[in-house]
Design a protein around this ligand. Structure first.
Ligand code: IPM
Ligand code: MG
Length: 361
């Protein structure tokens, strides 16, 4: 089995570098005990890259990602670029360009309600308890990338195009049926087929595939109805498959169920490589203050390890995060936690080192 891995590290903006530092700390703790070596190759992305090079996705960054076994990504976005509609270069272009260039077609966002955090949710315990769902969002097509897009000559009309090809839908639907098979055997396609032509193609294509997966119970739901049901009865969902924009919105909504965006990790499965990032953004209000929750970043690193076949090591990270929650070593976003970013990272890394000595993994 391979013992050495190259990881491209794109910390990005805002709290990105702080939470990334904790994820690297945790990976170092694993390295020391497991004999696995990680080679970290840091590269610029987003506002940090614009400031340094003028380009939100410098060629060297793309090269580092293409050479890597996997990419670990922090966060992107800076308020100084948010309210300037005339800007030609935006930090977000770095992430969107990277997704496209690496062919990261499926974004997997698991939403799990930890028993110890059930009180952190704004929803009642009997609603959220037992939630364990996986949102699979199409990531490199749809209205995010469709052409034509832009403004009319007089500047008074703007337009975006939502475009999907049957092949793109089939590719991600196979992945989603596969995940549903390995979980509780339920797949919900979320669309707006009562209005949109692209949604009707999704529904036709995925419905036609369903008989090939007889062990999966397949259903369809309109996105407005799904938005409501996610909050009313989140335990009714297992795997949710949806397009780019609906997935963006529903995954933020679903994060509320767990009480904090600060614990949610994601994986973007790609053709060239895969990328792992927290669902939260760059949270500029907290940047540089050592108070952001590093758990989502650390759990993204666990998903990265799983993708490399390092499931035991990933399991140790998950155990250590659970232990931090049990011990109430949590940042302020979780039930008035008192710990800082670095304290949470230190606890998780130390737990891994100490456990490793006794369990000899
Ligand atoms: C996400 C983010 C991005 C998206 C932004 C930063 C472009 O909201 O990863 O969900 O809309 O995809
Ligand atoms: Mg989003």
């Amino acid at each position: 089995m391979k013992k050495s891995f190259n990881i491209a590290v794109l910390a990005g903006d805002g709290i990105g570098p702080e939470v990334m530092q904790e994820a690297i700390k945790v990976l170092h703790a694993l390295e020391e005990k497991s004999g696995i070596a990680f080679h970290f190759n840091e590269a610029l992305i987003g506002a940090a890259a614009i400031d340094a090079t003028g380009d939100p996705l410098p060629p060297a960054t793309l090269e580092a990602c293409l050479e890597a076994d996997a990419v670990l990504f922090g966060a992107i976005g800076d308020p100084k670029y948010d309210n300037a509609p005339d800007l030609k270069v935006r930090p977000e272009q770095g992430l969107l360009g990277l997704r496209k260039a690496l062919g990261l077609y499926a974004n997997l966002r698991p939403v799990v309600c930890y028993p110890a955090l059930v009180q952190a949710s704004p929803l009642r315990e009997e609603i959220v308890s037992g939630t364990d769902l996986l949102i699979i969002r199409e990531l490199i097509s749809g209205i995010y990338f469709g052409q034509p897009r832009g403004r009319s000559e007089d500047g008074n009309t703007a337009f975006d195009s939502c475009v999907y090809h049957r092949d793109e839908i089939e590719r991600i639907a196979h992945l989603a049926f596969g995940y549903a098979k390995g979980r509780r055997g339920k797949l919900t396609l979320v669309d707006k087929a009562n209005v949109l032509a692209t949604s009707r193609l999704w529904r036709e294509t995925v419905t036609a595939m369903a008989p090939s997966y007889p062990e999966v119970q397949f259903e369809t739901l309109f996105v407005d109805n799904a938005a409501m049901k996610l909050i009313q009865q989140p335990t009714a969902f297992d795997v949710v498959l949806t397009g780019n924009l609906f997935g963006d919105i529903l995954s933020d909504e679903a994060s509320v169920i767990t009480g904090s965006l600060g614990t949610l990790a994601s994986a973007s499965v790609g053709i060239e490589t895969s990328l792992f990032e927290p669902v939260h953004g760059s949270y500029p209000q907290a940047a540089g203050q050592n108070r952001a929750n590093p758990m989502a970043m650390v759990l993204s690193a666990a998903m990265l390890l799983e993708s490399l076949g390092l499931t035991a090591e990933a399991g140790h990270i998950r155990q250590a995060v659970d232990a931090a929650i049990q011990a109430q070593v949590m940042t302020e976003d979780l039930m008035q936690g008192k710990a800082s970013t670095t304290e949470v990272g230190d606890f998780i890394a130390r737990y891994i080192s100490e456990r490793a000595m006794t369990s000899n993994f």
